[in-house]
Design a binder for this molecule. Sequence first.
Ligand code: HEC
Ligand code: HEC
Ligand code: HEC
Ligand code: HEC
Ligand code: HEC
Ligand code: HEC
Length: 493
Amino acid sequence: MKNPPPKGLIRNMVSLCGIVMAAFGFVAGAGLIAIDIQTHFDNPYTGIFTYMVVPALLAGGLLLILLGVLRERRRRTRNEAACERLPVINLNDRRQFATFVTVVVVTLLFIAISVVGSYQAYHFTESVEFCGKTCHSVMKPEYTAYQNSPHANAGCTRCHIGPGADFYAKSKLNGLYQVYSTLFNKYSRPIPAPVHNLRPAKETCYTCHWPEKFFGAVELKRTYFRADEENSPWTIQMLLKVGGGNPKHGHAQGIHWHVSGRNKIEYIATDEKRLEIPWVRMTDETGNTTIFQTSGKQLTPDQVAQAEIRTMDCIDCHNRPTHQYPSPERVLNTALANGVLDGGIPDIKRNGIEALDGGYATEAEAMEAIRQKLADAYPEGGPAIEKAISTIQYIYSQTIFPEMKVSWREYPDHIGHMITPGCFRCHNGDHRDAEGRTITRDCNTCHSIIAQGPGRNVESISSGGLDFQHPEDIDEEWKETRCDECHTGVPVL
Ligand code: HEC
Ligand code: HEC
Ligand code: HEC
Ligand code: HEC
Ligand code: HEC
Ligand code: HEC
């Protein structure tokens, strides 16, 4: 043999470091993955270590080995011009054969582990733990609200990524930027909504719900507690005309008419939160289009041409299907209605709201101040007061997140119209078409009140729909003024 293959190329510092690194990565990775398959990590950092740091070590180690070999070869051949460019492998040589078999086996094992590992890594980066807990302080509001919501078992990715590799890749690229902005404290507080790159609802919500499935009406019964000394209850019971229906079996109707069949509603919002909607275009089942505009803020054709026209989908009403931050007034009504908070404590509704809505800078400060304010309001103390204090502190921790500046004020919910403009963004009676017809504000279009009045239980008197009775005498104001101009989530008076 003219040129015996160079031996021991691997015996150099760089390759040796690589071997140590790769061996560590290999053993640690195999062990950790085996543990995860058996017990499932719920700590995101263990997951990040197993599926990101360890594989990086392994791959880095292998690269170093290769680099070392190449360097060593270059060093040795610098003076031997005659040497072939690539090593000659002779499988009849027993030592070379053994090396060859080892390399093949290690490579196959590496590939096998990578397959299992990347499958696990895929699942891991899709898990609620990864999305909700990794940057704990940033995602705390969304994660907490999610856990209290009807979608608590849906998983973040079912709404935020949806099926398919393209959105998976997109979301991970986007995620890299998020990691950067978290590390360098560059993210905005609160995180801006609406989410502009949210995947269209057809590809997310529709995997579990679709308009053809909705039918008829759902009953809504709410008890409100006034901000008076007795925390007087007032109950309203109504049928919400959810509607929808399959256009194949007839005309779609009711609330889900907007997203049924061939109906299309498009709109232009002039503010970032999509609360001001001066322009609406409706295309009905037969293809006729009608444009509605508010008289106050008519857009010029130029402005319309330049504006972003959005087609209404689920998110334009259900913008808070899972990240719900109810107002103090709402949560206290619920707590009083189901008895978690004792309605026998005088003025607890008003005092509770005042304790919650203190403009605190941190959660710790809020906890302390809530205790202080309520202790001052009820100097006599006692177990009922103690329980009220801890309940209200708990309510705060679940609904208001001062570090991220998150509360009901920042994230208005578009369902309904009492404390946010919601449906009245379009249905306030001031959007007109060319012939002067308005988008309806008739109270019976969307719901029929079947019972209302003081107390926790009111006799159901009508199935046809009662005229609304405003609990406080404000004349006919509620017929003209938007409810949310007086009701803001804290007491009106
Ligand atoms: C039922 C569907 C759904 C699930 C499940 C869900 N989200 Fe969301 N999320 C939304 C929608 C819809 C928005 C957009 C709201 C908007 O555009 O106004 C949103 C917005 C967000 C925002 C932007 C800030 C905000 O509150 O609007 C963050 C951050 C977020 N989600 C994180 C998460 C995390 C973390 C999880 C899992 C713990 C999760 N989401 C689960 C539907 C969902
Ligand atoms: C993984 C399946 C899944 C996905 C995806 C999903 N949902 Fe849901 N949704 C559910 C389940 C389960 C419920 C609870 C049903 C129940 O309580 O009877 C629910 C309940 C709801 C409710 C009723 C809430 C209530 O208070 O009772 C609304 C509204 C809703 N989803 C809207 C949405 C919207 C909007 C999206 C898309 C952003 C979405 N969902 C995506 C599974 C899903
Ligand atoms: C025009 C506003 C609007 C649009 C658009 C809309 N919804 Fe709804 N949806 C409502 C209202 C209002 C309710 C009544 C329940 C409530 O008040 O939360 C409701 C109820 C629901 C419910 C509970 C139904 C039940 O029978 O309890 C689900 C699930 C739901 N919507 C999903 C969707 C999905 C998915 C889309 C998109 C295809 C969608 N909605 C589009 C306004 C809307
Ligand atoms: C972007 C504007 C817009 C928003 C927001 C909006 N709607 Fe509508 N809605 C329309 C238009 C346009 C029509 C058709 C004109 C009409 O019927 O007056 C309509 C019609 C309806 C109808 C009658 C459907 C039928 O049976 O013919 C109902 C019910 C309804 N909306 C409920 C709601 C509810 C509930 C909300 C809030 C959760 C809401 N809408 C939010 C634009 C909107
Ligand atoms: C475009 C549809 C629509 C119209 C028009 C409408 N409402 Fe509503 N209203 C809703 C929806 C949807 C809800 C349920 C909100 C929820 O689930 O929290 C609601 C809730 C309510 C509630 C319960 C308040 C709450 O949020 O707890 C009252 C009271 C009410 N409506 C009164 C009226 C009156 C009075 C009118 C007429 C001036 C009216 N509504 C017109 C859609 C409508
Ligand atoms: C001019 C201001 C004003 C307008 C507009 C208004 N309200 Fe009220 N509302 C009040 C006052 C004041 C109270 C009594 C508050 C209290 O006792 O805590 C009240 C009380 C209520 C209550 C009893 C629960 C509570 O918060 O005390 C309900 C329910 C209610 N209003 C619904 C509505 C609805 C729905 C609309 C729109 C259709 C509306 N209001 C419009 C001023 C208004």
